[in-house]
Ligand binder design. Structure first.
Ligand code: ADP
Length: 172
């Protein structure tokens, strides 16, 4: 039985990620979409929120599950019995990063192979960071993220703004 992991920040999950997950799920017996707990980037959603949004977005894919992990991806892959790591490629810039990461990972675990899937044409320009910014500024998100993900972004922005004004009121 071939198990693959699809690791990433998923902050939040987008239609580009969903497309890669759907296609990868057809290639392997079991696909685990794994939300990286502490990537070296500023996070908008907590790990629990990112997992919850990914679970909702992927619930229709039978052989796909969602988990989270901390530490090295190769250790996580081994702990769940995965022999393949799936990643998505949008542009040449992604390729360079993925190639470097893949060499590092192969050095740490030569039994773990990386399979990169090319993005579908309509998601080639789509990144989680850009879509977050657009939605926060009131732009459209149709076809980029599921509606419930857009709602979660709006809710988080409103909650953060509320929290900030409470803090300011306390200080003032
Ligand atoms: P990371 O922080 O590990 O890059 P991301 O959540 O940004 O995590 O992305 C996870 C994976 O999905 C990466 O391999 C990334 O290249 C890929 N990916 C991101 N957006 C898209 C997209 N629009 N189409 C295809 N793959 C994508």
């Amino acid at each position: 039985m071939a198990t693959a992991i699809y690791p990433g920040s998923f902050d939040p999950i987008t239609c580009g990620h969903i497309d890669i997950a759907r296609r990868a799920a057809r290639m392997f017996d079991r696909l685990i979409v794994t939300v990286y707990d502490t990537p070296s980037k500023h996070l908008f959603f907590s790990t629990a929120e990112r997992v919850e949004l990914a679970r909702r977005a992927l619930e229709g894919i039978e052989n796909c599950e969602v988990a989270s992990y901390a530490g090295l991806t190769v250790h996580h892959a081994r702990s769940v019995g995965a022999s393949v790591m799936v990643r998505g490629l949008r542009a040449l810039s992604d390729f360079e990063v993925e190639m470097q990461m893949s060499h590092f990972n192969r050095k740490m675990d030569p039994d773990l192979d990386v399979v990169c899937l090319l993005t579908s044409l309509e998601y080639g320009f789509l990144s989680a960071s850009m879509v977050k910014e657009i939605v926060r500024l009131g732009g459209p998100s149709e076809g980029l993220i599921p509606d419930f993900v857009a709602a979660a972004i709006h809710e988080k922005v409103a909650r953060t703004a509320g929290h900030r004004s409470n803090e300011q009121a306390k200080e003032g």
